[in-house]
Design a protein around this ligand. Structure first.
Ligand code: SF4
Length: 688
């Protein structure tokens, strides 16, 4: 039996797995007891990974306009099209739309090609949808996109607040860790803040089923309460923060009493008082915020409203305390490190900062550098719809299902002169629109790294042969870059070489100005890279001589130093607002979307596992019995759900877990799996 250590490809928890290949060809998967993220645990998806490695619908050969071609023809076709569009319409007419499923090394190369060689920042990632508002909240408060906590803080906390997070289904191993911590320490209190009663509520001492979108009102109210009742950590915020007065004043003006907050959030006053009292009286508080608050037209404000409360009480940079953003995808964090978002450069440098532009261009020795923000996900597809983007390369993602207003996105893809898609599967909703299809490697075949929610970098290692002619995304990108005339900058031989360059860029000219620093990993030998154990960034050199060792940080800001110009954390005054779309006479119900426990994204992997599909076999709409009764809807009936953007038809599931006035539909079923269940077509493309 051969055992390979790797990392689960599904979610931002980033669990370590042991892949065991038996002599009879059978593959079994176990949790890696040595991996700090999961300490041997796995959830249902991780456990069933072996069931999904023989995918029946792999894309095995490159295709141009539906014809199988060789790689030379395919990469020439992509390079020629990009060059023709750049020559005719300028670099602003081309774009990459990439994914938190990519490994850091793939992401790094894609970003370098677009920002340093094509010279625009028209590369954005599907992590925009799940994480961008958390990134903005971190940058506003801390000066850099930094997650202060470690998973261990969940076990050290005395109060865990889960905001917009159904961890039981979306981050199951972290939920298991929290549940185990509570069992070991019954004094640990858990507060769940979510309009729905999800499975996560089973371990909660208090569930606040607030009005959808009202989270910032609640945290503004908490800030005012803490300030007005003597719970401020004066020494901390006087020495290490700025702007407290304005933030508290804004909070007081809007949400100055528990009675007002209860009304704003649709809660009873006693529950609000209980939450405020728990937060105020507990020193070790970890506040988890996740996709339920990030995916919002005021997601960044919600993040900052919560961070403000930690800054006021000094509950940050300490064991068992801090705001903690759980990332959605396996490499959402890695993408942010390399600049996968259209408003970042690379290595946490800013695209519109001239000094950062100079630094990155010098390091890359590139002919040009992006100087302005590029098109972000929703804007990118709008520009495509308007004919401004003529060629797009979509990597490892399925925007025809996953982007909001997906009917519009499909029209944009139809209108685009040339759609290139690199993916491991031969069939998904987006591939239907592709002019050029490029077969990519997937989990078990790819080699590289991912970074999870607590900044831990882990290796994904190959244990399977590459099927057909599939290549890793960075190799496909390098082939195209060479054909575009950039051979010397894209001559990588392996993933380790790219990782070392990524690490070196984070160190280049850093001098302590950026927390993201992998300086100590710049000289990893090929064997060191192969054997790299999970490691949490920053991984700083102790001195300029790398052989002198390195230091890492489990917890950021324990020295009270932040990465703003002044070195102090910023309070952000929050003027809370409810979502742009509110119920009306014509459309009286609020639609909420989310995940189910055993499926991942658009079913392209988990949809082929019998075991995982057994949990939820089809899309459904969870409806409160009162709302159902008013409309004559019975359990199991097929119901039509419509708004101004379109309609879907799914099975009704009556449940008091759902707030009256709200309907929940899961996101996973695209047209490829179910012709009537594409819920993203009903989601308005309103951005933050
Ligand atoms: Fe994989 Fe996430 Fe489950 Fe861990 S919690 S096994 S990373 S899906």
């Amino acid at each position: 039996m051969k055992t390979t250590r790797s990392t689960c490809p599904y979610c931002g928890v980033g669990c370590g797995v042991l892949v065991q290949q038996h002599n009879d060809g059978e593959v079994t998967i176990k949790g890696d007891p040595q991996h700090p993220a999961n300490l041997g645990r796995l959830c249902s998806k991780g456990t069933a990974l072996a069931e999904t490695i023989d995918h029946p619908e792999r894309l095995l050969y490159p295709e141009v306009n539906g014809e199988r071609v060789d790689w030379d023809t395919a990469s020439t076709a992509v390079a020629d099209k990009f060059q023709q569009v750049i020559a005719d319409h300028g670099p602003e007419a081309v774009a990459f739309y990439v994914s938190g499923q990519l490994l850091t090394e793939d992401y790094y190369v894609a970003n370098k090609l677009m920002k340093g060689y094509i010279g625009v920042a028209n590369i954005d990632t599907n992590s925009r949808l799940c994480m961008a508002s958390a990134v903005a909240a971190h940058k506003r408060a801390f000066g850099e996109d930094l997650v202060p906590c470690s998973y261990e803080d969940l076990e050290a906390a005395e109060l865990i607040v889960l905001l917009g997070s159904n961890a039981a289904w979306c981050h199951p191993v972290l939920y298991q860790r929290i549940a185990a911590a509570k069992e070991a320490n019954p004094a640990l209190k858990i507060v769940l803040i979510d309009p729905r009663r999800t499975q996560t509520a089973e371990i909660a001492d208090l569930h606040l089923a607030l009005t959808p979108g009202s989270d910032a009102f609640l945290f503004n109210g908490l800030l005012a309460h803490l300030a007005d009742h003597g719970f401020s950590a004066n020494d901390f915020f006087e020495q290490h923060t700025q702007g407290a007065e304005e933030a508290v004043q804004a909070a007081r003006e809007q949400s100055g009493s528990t009675a007002i907050v209860a009304k704003q959030c649709g809660l009873d006053e006693t529950s609000v008082e209980r939450f405020f009292a728990l937060f105020a009286s507990t020193e070790k508080v970890v506040s988890v915020f996740s996709q339920g608050v990030n995916q919002s037209s005021s997601g960044a404000d919600k993040g900052n409203a919560l961070i403000n409360c930690h800054l006021l009480t000094g509950r940050i940079g300490k064991e068992g305390a801090g705001p903690f953003s759980f990332t959605g995808q396996p490499n959402a964090m890695g993408g942010r490190e390399v600049g996968g978002l259209a408003n970042q450069l690379a290595a946490h440098r800013d695209v519109e900062n001239p000094a950062h532009q100079k630094q990155v261009q010098q390091f890359w020795q590139s002919p040009t550098i992006a100087k302005q923000q590029g098109l972000k996900a929703v804007d990118l597809f709008e520009a495509m719809h308007d004919g401004k983007i003529k060629v797009v390369w979509i990597m490892a993602t399925n925007p025809a299902v996953s982007l909001p207003d997906s009917g519009f996105v499909r029209e944009a893809l139809t209108r685009c002169e040339c759609v290139v898609v690199s993916d491991c599967v031969a069939k998904n909703d987006t591939l239907d629109y592709a002019d050029i299809r490029l077969p990519a490697l997937t989990w078990g075949e790819r080699d590289g790294t991912v970074t999870n929610s607590d900044r831990t970098i882990s290796r994904q290692r190959p244990f399977l042969e590459a099927p057909g002619e599939a290549k890793q995304d960075w190799q496909i990108l390098c082939d195209v870059a060479k054909k575009m005339g950039y051979a010397s900058a894209f001559h990588y031989q392996n993933a380790g070489e790219i990782f070392r360059e990524h690490a070196a860029l984070s160190w280049y000219g850093n001098e302590g100005k950026h927390c993201f620093d992998l300086g100590a990993l710049t000289s990893l030998s090929p064997a060191d890279y192969d054997n790299l154990s999970p490691i949490q960034w920053p991984v700083k050199r102790k001195s300029s001589d790398v052989s002198m060792g390195w230091e890492s940080s489990k917890r950021l800001f324990s020295d009270g130093k932040f990465f703003t110009k002044s070195g102090r954390a910023n309070f952000i005054p929050i003027h809370s607002r409810l979502p742009v779309s509110t119920p009306s006479k014509t459309y009286p119900l609020v639609l909420n979307t989310g995940r189910v426990r055993d499926h991942w994204h658009t079913l392209t992997r988990t949809g082929f596992s019998q075991q995982l599909s057994g949990h939820k076999q089809e899309a459904y709409a969870e409806i409160h019995p009162t709302d159902a009764q008013k409309r004559g809807i019975e359990e199991g009936a097929m119901v039509s759900i419509a708004n101004q953007l379109g309609s879907i038809c799914v099975r009704a599931k009556l449940s008091t877990d759902q707030r009256a006035g709200s309907v929940f539909v899961p996101i996973h079923w695209g047209r490829d799996f179910s012709n009537t269940s594409l819920v993203s077509q009903l989601v308005d493309a309103v951005t933050d």
